[in-house]
Write a new protein. Structure first.
Length: 302
């Protein structure tokens, strides 16, 4: 591909995203597939990557490939050791170089970040943080990164000071898809008022979660609780319980939620209801911005 300078890769558990990049930072092409870490062995990664980018590679010479995410996990392509908090978002100088059979690939996997006490880890989110700090380098506060495993990250002086991870999204999926509540929840639809009431309930009485969840089933059977309302209440109860535990991160802090819709919007509404006054920042291509920041450090060394 004429003008190809480097390749950015976000290799998650379930998906692979690839950007073919020009030297001026423009995107020549984007590719995405479902060949995430969860479906691969270490021997599969180079083949899968070449299936996505092989046609764009030059006949000779090396193309830098900068990778973040689960490709660097113990079960991934090659384990990239964690950086330890407090630390800046890991740079390319800390990346792990991967040997490849195709000499045209110069693959480097960025490390994640670990926290010893309380024990916590992230892979991929550190690159989102780098992308955010590329546009707000003076930020001092807390980032909320909504997702299957929601993260609260304290940032100060461009460093990740501490962070906590909550399995709220995964719990929602497990309870909604495998428990008795699967018969009472809708796949879509929403009830804002019910969601905010449930957030308040989850914060006020987190120990009653098991009882409150079964009440959703009972109300659907006895009182015609709508599937959309049940879905909103399940989400609200789980997020409310999370907000209680994460209060030291968001109370009185400058809080930024990465994302503007979907689950990010739900966190915005829940935080607003607690008087936290969060602001949202678009998460579109924020991982690419973080990977680009890493590539810039490679250019500086040449």
């Amino acid at each position: 591909m004429s003008g190809l300078a480097w390749i950015a890769v976000d290799w998650g558990t379930s998906h692979l995203r690839v950007w073919l990049m020009a030297d001026d930072g423009s995107v020549l092409d984007r590719k995405e597939c479902d060949q995430g870490m969860g479906r691969l062995t270490a021997a599969d990664y180079e083949r899968v990557l070449l299936e996505q980018v092989g046609a764009a590679l030059p006949e000779s010479g090396q193309v830098p490939v900068i990778v973040c995410g689960m490709a660097g996990s113990r079960q991934g392509w090659c384990e990239a050791p964690y950086a330890s908090t407090p630390c800046e978002a890991p740079s390319l100088a800390q990346a792990t170089q991967v040997a490849t059979a195709d000499a045209r690939l110069d693959v480097r996997i960025l490390p994640g970040i670990k926290q010893e006490r309380p024990a916590d880890v992230m892979r991929g989110e550190e690159t989102q943080i780098a992308g955010f700090l590329a546009q707000e380098p003076d930020f001092d506060g807390v980032l909320c990164l909504p997702g299957t495993h929601n993260k609260w990250v304290h940032i100060s002086a461009r460093e990740v000071v501490s962070f906590r991870t909550f399995m709220t999204g995964e719990l929602f999926a497990l309870i909604g898809g495998q428990s008795v509540l699967r018969h009472s929840l809708g796949e879509d639809g929403w009830d804002d008022a019910a969601f905010l009431d449930a957030v308040s309930q989850g914060m006020s009485h987190p120990a009653a979660l098991g009882c409150d969840l079964f009440a959703l089933r009972a109300e659907s059977l006895l009182q015609g609780l709508s599937p959309a309302t049940a879905r909103a209440r399940l989400s609200g109860q789980l997020i409310g319980m999370e907000l209680t535990a994460s209060r030291p991160y968001w109370l009185g802090q400058d809080v930024v939620v990465l994302g503007e819709s979907g689950i990010a919007g739900a966190y915005m509404k829940a935080l607003d209801a607690q008087g936290a006054m969060p602001r949202s920042v678009s998460a579109a291509d924020i991982t690419l911005r973080g990977l680009t920041a890493a590539f810039e450090t490679l250019k500086e060394t040449k």
